[in-house]
Design a binder for this molecule. Structure first.
Ligand SMILES: *Cc1c(COP(=O)(O)O)cnc(C)c1O
Length: 448
């Protein structure tokens, strides 16, 4: 065994290993699992990870010099593709003015105005350093505002690695078969009620049961948090009336409704999912695209709720790097470019092309496949039945996905390395890249 590489017994010497294999061997000795975020280990798809040397447009370049058309896109942020020249210039200019101030600065004001102008229901907003910090802070704020303890989340919705929200979560937590993390105290999750997504009856029952248990007319539920279009178990869709029902029940019970649009914000439209439906939340969590590729999160909503935050109110939230000038320069450049270029119609066309090619290939092959696609997000569920919640997702054939993933990777197309993630398309995916993808995915399915 060289460097303790997993499955590395076949390597006689380091010289027989590719650059990626050597790096992964060293990484496993010094980084748990060799990775700084679990899904990057590729464990769900039966491959060792490749190491990226550089990224440009819709393509990644590995340490071996292999070029890959990328549908992971840094897990969502790179809506203009990698290393967009406008964003890079904005970062360089911001860096020239200083690598962080620790004081207020103009870009914070512009970013707050930009988010309030674009995202419906956001009247005031705070920046954080990650989506996890955004959901954590939104939950605390909802509890502080309502004076209530409990929250409702939906199975399969992922809101970052917040203790109280790592219950039946999606994304990496699901890929690894541990929807519940060790190290989360029962108390931290005891006030989290988990319901099936798209199930209005379960929601009504939960509100009623909670009120009855407390012996009061209203339940003790501070907030309902959800991804309106879940994207961390693969892409799911809200059924007709589900979001409206949720809004009505929250309003009636004095419970705040929190939309986690960290993934979908500025991805599905400038309004996130709210460009696709008319339901409006009390609080919204953002991240990913609004940082232009740098680490970011934000939460915002009704001014009367947001004003409960310190220094105005009793709910504490802070951060050394929150509103970092270089991050905000990148984020503002991305948001201004989205406004200027409106890539959404072209992204939808590209998404439709891939979805159609894959559906037709599955039909020819006679393999049961549900393709979920909305704008620049898509997921392949190898499943004979409709996929509307986590239980349905888990009934999909992960082995078939693994085969398609490996075939695609060997032919220059990098899909998310898990059957439980949404793929993303960028504005930099040109006709040649989409055509190559259609052909490779169709061939991958034909080869099943
Ligand atoms: C990515 C994501 C998060 C977590 O954001 P981080 O920046 O990784 O902490 C939270 N919610 C949703 C919906 C996400 O997609």
């Amino acid at each position: 065994m060289v460097f303790g590489l997993e499955g590395g017994a076949g390597f006689a010497t380091v010289a027989d290993m590719t650059a990626s294999e050597q790096l992964f061997a060293r990484a496993q000795a010094r980084i748990p699992g060799g990775v700084n975020s679990p899904v990057r280990a590729f464990r769900a798809v039966g491959r060792a990870p490749f190491y990226t040397a550089s990224a440009e447009g819709c393509r990644l370049h590995t340490e071996e010099g292999t070029e890959l058309v990328d549908y992971v896109l840094a897990w969502g942020p790179a809506i203009f593709g990698h290393n967009d020249p406008d964003i890079r210039t904005a970062v360089q200019n911001a860096a020239a003015a200083g690598l962080g101030f620790g004081t207020t600065h103009a870009a914070e004001v512009r970013m707050a105005e930009m988010l309030c102008e674009n995202v419906p229901s956001v009247e005031k907003v705070r920046m954080t350093n990650s989506g996890t910090e955004a959901t954590m802070s939104a939950i605390r704020l909802a509890r502080g505002h309502t004076g209530r303890k409990k929250i409702i989340k939906f199975a399969g919705c992922f809101h970052g690695h917040v203790d109280a929200l790592l219950v039946k979560a999606g994304s990496g937590a699901l890929t690894f078969g541990h929807p519940d993390s060790a190290g989360v105290n029962p108390g931290a999750a005891a006030d989290t009620l988990v319901l099936p997504y798209n199930d209005t009856a379960a929601l009504d029952a939960a509100f009623a049961a909670d009120a009855a248990a407390a012996g009061q007319a209203a339940p003790d539920i501070a907030a309902v948090i959800l991804e309106p279009y879940p994207g961390n178990v693969g892409l799911l869709f809200p059924e007709a009336g589900f979001l409206a029902h949720l809004r009505e029940r929250c309003t009636r019970n004095g419970t705040l409704l929190i939309f986690d649009e960290v993934m979908t914000g500025f991805r599905l439209s400038p309004q996130g999912t709210m460009g696709l439906h008319t339901v409006r939340p009390d609080l919204v969590c953002l991240g990913k695209i609004i940082g232009g590729g740098l680490p970011v999160g934000a939460f915002g909503g009704r001014a009367d709720i947001m004003d409960k935050l310190a220094p105005l109110g009793p709910v504490y939230q802070s951060g050394t790097f929150c509103g970092h000038p270089v991050t905000l320069a990148a984020g503002l450049a991305a948001l201004e470019k989205l406004r200027r270029k409106n890539p959404y119609p072209a992204l939808e066309r590209a998404g439709k092309r891939i979805a159609t090619a894959v559906r037709e290939a599955a039909q020819r092959k006679g393999v049961a496949l549900q393709v979920h696609q909305c704008g620049s997000m898509f997921t392949l569920f190898f499943n004979a039945n409709p996929v509307r919640n986590l239980a349905d997702v888990l009934g999909s054939d992960g082995a078939l996905f693994g085969s398609v993933f490996r075939y695609a990777l060997d032919h220059g197309v990098f899909l998310p390395p898990s059957p439980f993630e949404s793929a993303f398309i960028s504005a930099a995916h040109d006709d040649a890249a989409i055509t190559q993808t259609e052909e490779v995915l169709a061939a991958a399915i034909a080869a099943l």
